[in-house]
Design a protein around this ligand. Structure first.
Ligand code: PHE
Length: 337
């Protein structure tokens, strides 16, 4: 009995000195005075002893237990004050919970869609896996057309590919809806391009398509001007340059005046005063025919803009790869819309 008690006491003293955190302390409390302690066991052993011995040992046991409790309390106070000193610096600012933010490309996409929705456009979608018919043929790009070289594609199986632009959605929307209508179609596109400062094999576009009986280049200009002013600012201007797309005629490349120099010419705009933002034009009659429309009966305009490019212009981002590097510190600064 004596030996066991002594060992118990010694191991307690050793362990309580070693305890360096409050959680060590909690564990020892359970082990030496809590449910896991051996006091019950020692007291039970008293039954085997004579009344005289019982009295002596009983007293001894109670005394040791009390001392343990006192030592535990002392150690608790010590640990508490060191943990407080080392871990709580009341001069530090409070900890804020971390909350996620939307990706800048998606913020821009949604802002653009909102502007077009306010002009009466509805949002439609198309598949990312397309057939050659929708991605090329129906858009007046036959198999041997050189325009296919500009859009080197990821083929999945003969006849199927990842869409290289959102324009195939023009055909799908025309098949689904009856004119007149105004739609915008956002989505991911894929091209076998090098991943460099201005190209990414995956990028986002927004396609616009308006079809009615009587649509002119003036409608296209007015719509894009309204969009540019709302998105970039009232003071910004647009400029149409002749362009070429097999599925629009006439076609145009559309520029916005540089926001840095106001159109005078500076480093940001390559000293031209203008920045290219999208491609557009009047829907080619052949495209109407492919979609099953009577090309004598309807007219339309279409445009396609690159969401990454517009985001880069809006925020002055210099490298498209930064969008996809998952650097949270970079990504979360754009939550301003
Ligand atoms: N699809 C074209 C591209 O990806 C953009 C475009 C869309 C041009 C609609 C004209 C009309 O380059």
């Amino acid at each position: 009995m004596l030996q066991e008690l002594e060992e118990y006491w010694e191991s307690f003293q050793e362990e309580i000195q070693k305890a360096s955190t409050l959680s060590d302390w909690n564990y020892l409390k359970g082990k030496y005075v809590g449910k896991k302690s051996r006091w019950g066991e020692f007291l039970a052993k008293l039954k085997e002893l004579s009344p005289e011995e019982k009295r002596v040992w009983g007293k001894k046991i109670n005394q040791l237990k009390k001392e343990m409790e006192e030592l535990l309390e002392e150690r608790y106070q010590e640990l508490l004050s060191t943990e407080e000193k080392s871990e709580v610096d009341i001069t530090l600012p409070g900890k804020k919970g971390w909350s996620g933010s939307f990706h800048p490309v998606l913020l821009t996409r949604d802002w653009i869609l909102t502007i077009f929705q306010s002009l009466g456009f509805r949002v439609e979608e198309g598949p990312e896996i397309e057939t050659e018919f929708y991605n090329f043929e129906a858009l007046n790009i036959p198999p041997d057309h050189p325009a296919r070289d500009d859009q080197d594609s990821f083929y999945l199986a003969p006849g199927y590919l990842l869409r290289t632009h959102t324009s195939p959605a023009q055909i799908r929307v025309m098949e689904k809806l009856k004119p007149p209508f105004k739609v915008v179609v956002p989505g991911k596109c894929y091209r076998r391009d090098a991943f460099d400062a201005t190209h990414s094999p995956m990028f986002h576009q927004i396609e616009g398509l308006v079809v009615a009986r009587d649509i002119s280049m003036g409608d296209l200009k007015g719509t894009l001007e309204t969009f540019v002013r709302r998105f970039f600012g009232e003071e910004r201007k647009i400029r149409f340059r002749p362009g070429y797309f097999p599925f629009t005629e006439p076609s145009a490349e559309v520029d916005v005046s540089c926001g840095v120099c106001g159109g005078k010419g500076c480093r940001s705009c390559g000293y031209s005063g203008w920045l290219e933002i999208l491609g557009a034009g009047l829907v080619h009659p052949q495209v109407f025919t492919h979609a099953g429309y009577d090309s004598q009966d309807v007219r339309g305009f279409a445009f396609g803009l690159g969401v990454e490019r517009i985001t880069m212009l809006k925020f002055g981002i210099k490298d498209i790869r930064w969008f996809w590097e998952n650097d949270v510190q970079f990504l979360e600064q754009f939550n301003i819309f």
